[in-house]
Design a protein around this ligand. Structure first.
Ligand SMILES: [Mn+2]
Length: 317
């Protein structure tokens, strides 16, 4: 940490980099960090790979779209990026900077910067900044507190995920001393969908298939469905949570046609280890969240095979 502080203190110009396909943790953390750097009298710019998704526009914050040409910075800071790949094309900014730092909470972080501050069990990168910014001598203000709240609220599923620890809530409690509308943030992050996304979800909900006495709930996506509602795939993350919500569901599946086959997403609500099932189909993942792409067979054939296997596992519990 001393190394990071030293590098930050000696820099005048700082490029700040959120990960590709930016989420609210990386954006909130980067905006908070930029704001903090400005409070220290530095020139900080946040470079994004692509314009953040529509549903994250409410976060605000200033960013510059990376187009290829950038000055050489004294320091480049990457936040919430587990490896260099997550920097995308902006690896060029990173590589050309005099100094580099990496602040992140992914256990798999490859420690790719000159100085790395990685806390693998932290709930969010925003949570790490709650601890780190005061150590830089920065007095948090309303703007920074709001960005950090967005980061933590988002990566903890609104404080519902198992990554929440007492420390998470203590830091968050401190953030609530500042002036910003936390209820509105939670509503916009978790309880708001565009009209087209709402109708898209409604159609999917109406199409849920149920097997094994309700222990297996399944949905199937198609390119036509996305086209029908005019929404990009990225606007509706975690579609598999739709069948997962159905009472009694132990395994939820989501099938999706891809360029190179049929994609399958697995979620488990119980002790069923879905990674074992997905491995059988050439995939991988975790006990409760896994995935695979089956390269051979039609949608109907792949569905049949995966559903049969899941039913078999559920019946042999
Ligand atoms: Mn994160």
């Amino acid at each position: 940490m001393e190394k990071l502080i030293e590098k930050i203190k000696s820099a005048n110009t700082i490029a700040v980099i959120p990960h590709i396909n930016a989420d609210p943790d990386t954006l909130g953390s980067c905006y908070a960090f930029c704001e903090a750097m400005r409070l220290m009298g530095k020139r900080a710019v946040c470079y994004v790979e692509e314009i953040p998704q529509q549903r994250f526009q409410f976060i605000g914050g200033e960013y510059t779209l990376y187009t290829g040409e950038v000055d050489v910075y004294d320091l480049c800071a990457s936040l919430d990026c587990g490896d260099m790949e997550r920097l995308g094309k902006r690896a060029e900014i990173f590589n050309s900077a005099h100094d580099t730092i990496n602040i992140d909470h992914h256990v798999t972080n490859t420690l790719f910067a000159q100085a790395n501050y990685v806390e693998g069990d932290a709930a969010a990168t925003g949570q790490i900044l709650c601890e780190f910014l005061p150590k830089l001598g920065i007095k948090i203000n309303d703007t920074i507190a709001r960005y950090l709240y967005i980061a933590i609220c988002s990566d903890t599923g609104c404080f519902k995920f198992s990554n929440v620890e007492s420390k998470t809530l203590r830091y968050t409690a401190d953030l609530l001393e500042y002036n910003f509308d936390h209820a509105e943030i939670a509503r916009l992050l978790f309880d708001t969908d565009s009209l087209s996304v709402t109708k898209f979800k409604a159609e999917l909900m109406g199409s849920i298939e149920s097997y094994a006495d309700g222990k297996l709930s399944v949905i199937e996506l198609s390119d036509e469905l996305y086209e029908k509602y005019g929404i990009p795939e990225s606007e509706v993350p975690n579609v598999v949570d739709i069948p997962r919500r159905v009472e009694g569901t132990e395994i939820a599946l989501c099938f999706k046609p891809k360029k190179d086959g049929i994609g399958v997403n697995f979620r488990s609500n119980s002790d069923v280890d879905v990674s074992k099932i997905s491995i059988k189909f050439g995939g991988g993942g975790h006990e409760r969240a896994a995935g695979c792409t089956v390269h051979e067979g039609t949608m109907q054939q792949v569905k049949r095979a995966v559903i049969d296997e899941c039913v078999r596992v559920l019946e042999n519990l």
